[in-house]
Design a protein around this ligand. Structure first.
Ligand SMILES: Cc1cc2nc3c(=O)[nH]c(=O)nc-3n(C[C@H](O)[C@H](O)[C@H](O)COP(=O)(O)OP(=O)(O)OC[C@H]3O[C@@H](n4cnc5c(N)ncnc54)[C@H](O)[C@@H]3O)c2cc1C
Length: 336
């Protein structure tokens, strides 16, 4: 790890004033310090925002939630108002990483964590994301990589909370000293590798993520998130799904099907959503939505299993959201 200066800030203004000359923000530090230890990032100055109290906390209002970016994943997962009305978000924050990490990791840092591709994360590989021409995953080890929308880089979206924020139609507030505040919808926040392989999101280096806004779901909405990994804990998703169902009795007025580890940027499956809208939620409609979610899938040499796993993940998460399945997916036998 390189040597660096640490600017410990207690207000947003002091942090913004420090964000220049290649300085990087440290929230919980879980992702950033990993990258510094790997040698893929070597900032000369870290701006520690961890102690800025105004950036922490959950405010539930009649029109929605405002979450401070320094709120930990554990705090979001356990908050009664989040669990009551935004279950997909509570599920996603509660499924990420491990209990220890969820107590340290912030939701802002979770949304902003960089890709987990092992070639990108190794200082030994100069890949397209680091300004070179080549992607090593296409011909290399790609079992955890994308099956859709990947273009020049098949790394996958790593953030569980981003799947939920997308499913709920949320947005992020970004603040800079020079330009003040702006709000960006989460579907416009992440940059696809084909648009620009060197950017993961639209945030500028002098901006801080200062709030996450989630609109209040319509009456009758039910939601859930499920993550499938090689291990129950201490691992990222190999398939995950965030489902929001606006229900009218047993009929689904509108559905959102969000997916994480399928593509470089969190995505909605319009095909899966169309299988649910205007229909009752049953095993048959949930199964049809799961199958439709794989429209356009182009698995790589080692990850065709994801084309089978995602439909199961989506099927189960739809039934879970609709209250037709136990919260433990392995507790219910499923025949697809
Ligand atoms: C073993 C393991 C398993 C994991 N499993 C999962 C998983 O299943 N799902 C999942 O989603 N994640 C998973 N993670 C990732 C983990 O949740 C993230 O690393 C963590 O949430 C990052 O939060 P942080 O507060 O520590 O961010 P930091 O490491 O402090 O920051 C991350 C990035 O965001 C920037 N940043 C942070 N906050 C701000 C802000 N307010 N404004 C501007 N920039 C900011 C930093 O500069 C940095 O680039 C796992 C991690 C580990 C180690």
């Amino acid at each position: 790890m390189n040597s660096f200066a640490l600017a410990d800030c207690s207000t947003v203004e002091s942090a913004l004033a420090q964000l220049k000359d290649g300085a990087m923000v440290k929230a919980g530090g879980v992702d950033l310090l990993d990258r510094m230890k790997n040698g893929t990032d070597a900032p000369k100055r870290l701006v520690n925002i961890r102690n800025i109290r105004e950036l922490r906390g959950i405010h539930a209002a009649p029109d929605g939630l405002t979450i401070g970016p320094l709120t930990t994943l554990a705090e979001v997962a356990e908050d009664p108002s989040v669990r009551a009305d935004y279950a997909v978000l509570a599920d996603a924050c509660g499924a990420a990483a491990t209990p220890h990490i969820r107590n340290m990791a912030t939701i802002g840092g979770n949304l902003l964590q960089e890709l987990q591709c092992w070639y990108f994360r190794s200082a030994d590989f100069e890949c397209i994301r680091k300004g070179k021409e080549v992607c090593f995953a296409f011909s290399g080890l790609n079992q955890y990589h994308a099956i859709m929308d990947y273009g020049t880089c098949p790394s996958v979206a790593p953030s569980s909370s981003a799947v939920a924020v997308l499913a709920l139609g949320g947005s992020v507030e970004l603040t800079s000293a020079a330009k003040g505040k702006r709000t960006v919808a989460i579907q416009d926040f992440y940059v696809k590798p084909d648009a620009n392989p060197h950017r993961f999101h639209v945030m500028a280096p002098d901006e801080l993520l200062t709030a996450i806004h989630i609109p209040k779901p319509a009456a009758g909405t039910r939601s859930a998130y499920q993550k499938y990994g090689e291990k129950e804990s201490h691992d990222w998703a190999i398939a995950d799904a965030g489902i929001v169902l606006e229900m009218d009795g047993n009929v689904c007025r509108r559905a959102v099907v969000a997916m994480g580890a399928a593509s470089p940027v969190v995505r909605r499956s319009k095909e899966a959503e169309a299988e649910l809208a205007g229909k009752p939620i049953t095993q048959a409609t949930a199964r049809a939505a799961g199958k439709a979610s794989m429209t356009g899938a182009m698995p790589l040499s080692m990850n065709a299993y994801k084309v089978q796993l995602f439909p199961v993940a989506i099927y189960r998460t739809i039934l879970l959201a609709a209250g037709q399945m136990d919260r433990d997916p392995s507790a219910t036998a499923v025949a697809l």
